[in-house]
Structures are given as structure tokens and as C-alpha cells.
Design a protein around this ligand. Structure first.
Ligand code: TRP
Ligand code: SF4
Length: 328
């Protein structure tokens, strides 16, 4: 029997390169060896976008088209929308009753996001419970592995603590102890060297056309000490070089030499990279365009995903209620 993995993404806008190398490429590999569940976490998206929820429904089809274009295969993976399986919320409610406030208030992602959020107010009842809903997402399918980025590890730790607390209170091993599958890809920073994020406006989106990719890359800061082409560059501190390392590892060494020997100028280097990236993304963009011509196919995939996910979710919820003696 294959082990189960579950992961999710919040549909809050266009997907970018960070999503591709940080999650999607990994998901595509995992679906070969695991019983894979991938969901659009629209409730989690709503926690941040409650003033402008239309972006969520607009993003779901677009993001799922990206997943499919990247190679997520509906015959291998269950692809679904979180809010279409209401059992997530029921389990979230059960967990909410016994999750100590301190666990949530101390969660580092919670504190960080409260500090960082300047365009919206995250001091809400729902947002405090973000990791509790995430625990329900994972445990309702009894997923054993959760592919996530490092930033999500505190949520996984809370998931395990919630699972243990449940099993301990109701004296039954209903929930497993899920572990993380960390993405090995080096962190891909945004165009400005900060974390790649829509809110910083420093992303390259998966659907950006070639001209946009070119423009964005030409705006990147390189080695600040390099003023003339004849100045030797320091690829080690240049973000363009780290992009090469992620997308064209084979050319890394040669570039390193050419840059540090002042044989290659930054303009040319960026141009080369823009070409390379645009070429790499081309088949992906074509496939996505094709997929979006017939949205009913995507809707059907999500419908089938919902059916498959619901069967398991309903069964787990029933088991949880039985263990709690909450069922008649
Ligand atoms: N919190 C995750 C993120 O922001 C998204 C998410 C929601 C998730 N539910 C999940 C990830 C369950 C893994 C498992 O990226
Ligand atoms: Fe960066 Fe390329 Fe310029 Fe070297 S040549 S500093 S790697 S952009």
C-alpha cells in the first residue's frame, strides 16, 4: 500500500517561480510513489483575503491549470478544493475545542505574519486558528507525509501535537504522526533579493510572457561593486547567478569563471538567462493556454477529486466521532 501525502496551496493570485521550484516540481515527483492529495486551500486564502474574496475563486482555476501544466496528473493524484469537502471544517471545530490558545499564540508564523501584514488586519479569530485548520486538512486524510517548505514546519509540529492530544484524550490511535517532506531545492529569492512573494511585487509568474520575463530580469540587482564590464564580478553574491544555479545548473561553472574573470557583462548574462528561462517555461505556458480553453475539463477534474476526497474524509470524521463517543 502506498503512503499518503497531502499538500495545499492558497489560491490568492498567480503562481510564480517560487511555487514551481518550491512545491510543484516536488509534487509531480511525489505522485509517482505516493497516494497523493493536492488541494486549493481556499479557506486558508480567505483568512487573508476576506475583504476581497473574489480573487480566490478567480485564482483556483488558474492555479489548478498551472498544476496540471506542470505535470500533476489527475489519474495519479486527487486534486480538489478544500471548501468542497466540508469535513475539514468539522474536524477543525473538534480540534479547536482542545487546542490551547498558547500553542497558537506562540506559533512563529503567526507572530511573523501579524507583524508583516500591513495591507490587512490579521488580528482575527479565524487567522489565529490557521494551523488548526491545516492540521484538520492533513489529518482528515490521515496523511503520513506532507511536502512543505521550511516555513511551514511549525504548522506541521502543531499538527502532530494536535493528533497526539486527540489520540490521548480519546484513547484511540485515530490519527497518525505526519512527517514533513522538505523540498531540497535551494531557496529562490525574489527579483529584489527578498523572499519571492506577491506582496513584495518581486515575482516572476509562471504565465509571464517572454517580454515580461526579460524586463523583470533586466531589473535585477547584480554584484553592486561591479560598475564596469571590466570589473571582475562576484557571482557568489549575485542573485542572477543563484537563478542560474536553480534553472541551469549545467552552466553554472562556466558562468562563474566568465563572471569572475570579467569576460561576461551583466547585461549579456541577464539576457542569456532570460532566454533560457523563457524557453524553459514555453511548453508549460502552451499547455496551460490549451487547458484554459476548456475550463469544463478542469472543473470536472475538481469534481472527481472532491468525490474521492469526500469518501475518505467522511470515514475519518465518523471514526473521530466514534472515538469521542460523539456519535449516536
Ligand atoms: N499553509 C500552507 C501554505 O501557506 C497551505 C496549506 C493549507 C497546506 N493546508 C495545508 C499545506 C495542508 C500542507 C498541508 O503554503
Ligand atoms: Fe551576476 Fe551575471 Fe553580472 Fe556575474 S555577470 S555579476 S553572475 S549578472
Amino acid at each position: 500500500m502506498k503512503k499518503r501525502v497531502l499538500s495545499g496551496m492558497r489560491p490568492t493570485g498567480k503562481l510564480h517561480l517560487g511555487h514551481l521550484v518550491g512545491a510543484l516540481e516536488n509534487w509531480v515527483k511525489l505522485q509517482e510513489d505516493y497516494d497523493a492529495f493536492f488541494m486549493a486551500a481556499d479557506w486558508h486564502a480567505l483568512m487573508g483575503e476576506y475583504e476581497n474574496p473574489s480573487v480566490i475563486s478567480e485564482s483556483i482555476i488558474d492555479n489548478v491549470a498551472d498544476w496540471l501544466a506542470a505535470g500533476i496528473d489527475p489519474s495519479k493524484s486527487v486534486i480538489f478544493i478544500q471548501s468542497q469537502v466540508p469535513e475539514h471544517l468539522e474536524l477543525h471545530m473538534i480540534f479547536s475545542c482542545f487546542t490551547p490558545l498558547g500553542w497558537l499564540e506562540r506559533c512563529p508564523t503567526y507572530k511573523e505574519q501579524l507583524k508583516e501584514a500591513n495591507t490587512r488586519d490579521l488580528h482575527t479569530y479565524g487567522f489565529l486558528g490557521y494551523p488548526v485548520l491545516q492540521a484538520a486538512d492533513i489529518l482528515i486524510y490521515k496523511a503520513e507525509k506532507v511536502p512543505v517548505g521550511e516555513d511551514q514546519l511549525p504548522h506541521l509540529e502543531l499538527t502532530r501535537e494536535i493528533a497526539r492530544r486527540f489520540n490521548g484524550f480519546y484513547k484511540q490511535e485515530v490519527f497518525p504522526d505526519p512527517g514533513a517532506i522538505l523540498t531540497k531545492t535551494p531557496r529562490l529569492l525574489g527579483l529584489d533579493g527578498r523572499k519571492m512573494s506577491k506582496s513584495y511585487g518581486n515575482t516572476i509568474n509562471l504565465s509571464d510572457p517572454e517580454e515580461v520575463i526579460r524586463k523583470k530580469i533586466s531589473s535585477m540587482v547584480t554584484d553592486p561593486k561591479r560598475i564596469k564590464v571590466s570589473d571582475p564580478g562576484q557571482p557568489g553574491i549575485c542573485n542572477v547567478f543563484s537563478y542560474y544555479s536553480v534553472f541551469a545548473a549545467g552552466e553554472k561553472e562556466e558562468l562563474y569563471k566568465a563572471c569572475s574573470n570579467a569576460q561576461l557583462g551583466c547585461v549579456e548574462c541577464k539576457n542569456k538567462f532570460a532566454c533560457l528561462l523563457a524557453e524553459k517555461l514555453m511548453p508549460f505556458r502552451k499547455e496551460k493556454e490549451e487547458l484554459l480553453k476548456d475550463k469544463s475539463r478542469i472543473i470536472k477534474i475538481l469534481e472527481e477529486g472532491k468525490e474521492k476526497a469526500s469518501l475518505i474524509a467522511a470515514k475519518t470524521l465518523q471514526e473521530a466521532r466514534l472515538a469521542m463517543k460523539m456519535s449516536l
